[in-house]
Design a protein around this ligand. Structure first.
Ligand code: ATP
Ligand code: MG
Ligand code: FE
Length: 337
């Protein structure tokens, strides 16, 4: 079974062809980061326009690299939400046109289900499975008992991890996106500033990063007022240590409590080198299997949408021509379709 998948939820225009839900035949990503950099973040209107300009080229390349045509495709999958509505619409309209023209099923996919299923391109899932989702807009612990079914057992109450990275980076005067910049700086610094860790109530798997973000910003402002020069690398290292401590500890506890067999990480922040190392260490002597996807599958791509789309395809979930971009699509409800 060949699925052609399209992803345009944010600032990556992407298309991929996936075989049987776990094999990448082709995977093309056109990033718009350079266009958004000077604004310090993603500008929705610019993102939509870039998607319109890029989508046909990206699709063509995905077919060329696979040495296939639309006639070889069994179903067309696309990110239905969540994301920027104007950006999503470009992918949704394109997938509808393709599915209609070639008389093949249309499959709407949840973007976070996609991030999770990026892992299935590397390793088969073992259930129960726990996914730590850490991206630009989401920070969640998701429990899965079977394919295509999702229970959110913890989530951020304010900022997402990636959002905190990007905002702290911006205050530090680092370019967008800030995650990779802080990751790079953190390796050269010392965790010598005592930033808070938000553990929340006993037993809670929820997260909170706004207090940490404010603490970093206040420290920067106070130092500036007093004329003290702080090492950027130390701020990065201390901030990152705080984020990682909480992410790793809560993931570990949730894995124990739910007796899972498999732990995976997903989303752009899963590319963080400190987080990857800390998780590997924490789970090294544990029975549970830990999967960490390659960097290219952590950030937005269409291969992951194809992998998740295959599950919907097997469940018999078809979208109709009335499918719309849904910026607020709910993960659990998507799984219950
Ligand atoms: P969502 O998936 O929640 O809709 P998104 O698609 O915008 O949001 P992703 O593309 O999955 O998010 O991830 C982008 C985020 O990942 C950005 O916030 C970026 O700073 C962060 N990021 C990327 N690489 C790293 C890294 N090495 N360390 C920390 N953060 C990183
Ligand atoms: Mg992105
Ligand atoms: Fe994403």
């Amino acid at each position: 079974t060949y699925i052609l998948a399209i992803e345009t939820s944010c600032d990556e225009t992407a298309a991929a062809i996936i075989k049987d839900g776990h094999e990448i035949v082709s995977n093309v990503v056109a990033s718009q980061i350079e266009s958004h950099k000077r604004f310090g973040g993603v500008v929705p209107e610019i993102a939509s326009r870039h998607h319109v300009e890029q989508i046909t080229h990206v699709l063509e390349e995905a077919f060329t690299k696979a040495n296939m045509t639309a006639e070889d495709i069994d179903a067309f999958a696309v990110t239905e939400g969540p994301g920027l509505v104007g950006a999503l619409l470009v992918g949704v309209s394109t997938a509808k046109a393709l599915a209609f023209a070639h008389d093949k099923p249309l499959i709407g996919v949840h973007h976070i289900a996609g991030h999770i299923y990026a892992n299935r391109l590397i390793e088969e899932f073992q259930f129960p499975l726990l996914a730590l989702v850490v991206s630009g807009g989401h920070t969640e612990l998701v429990l899965m008992q079977e394919h295509g079914q999702f229970e959110v057992i913890g989530e951020t109450r304010d900022d997402a991890a990636g959002e905190a990275y990007d905002k702290v980076a911006r205050t530090m005067g680092l370019p967008y996106p800030g995650g990779p910049e802080i990751d790079r700086l953190a390796k050269q610094g010392k965790d010598n500033l005592d930033f808070p860790r938000a553990w929340l109530e006993e037993g809670s798997f929820d997260f909170s990063f706004s207090g940490l973000k404010s603490a970093v910003i206040n420290t920067l402002h106070n130092a500036k007022q007093k004329g003290i020069v702080l090492e950027k690398a130390d701020i990065a290292a201390s901030f990152q240590a705080s984020v990682i401590d909480v992410l790793v500890e809560k993931t570990y506890r949730a894995a124990k409590e739910n007796k899972v067999n498999h732990v995976i990480i997903a989303g752009g922040v899963a590319a963080n080198s400190g987080l990857r190392t800390a998780l590997e260490e924490k789970f090294r002597d544990q029975k549970v299997k830990l999967s960490i996807p390659p960097l290219s599958l952590c950030t937005d791509n269409a291969a992951m949408i194809g992998a998740a789309g295959m599950i919907a395809y097997q469940k018999g979930n078809r979208s109709d021509w009335g499918m719309n971009a849904n910026p607020a699509l709910d993960l659990e409800m998507y799984g219950n379709r």
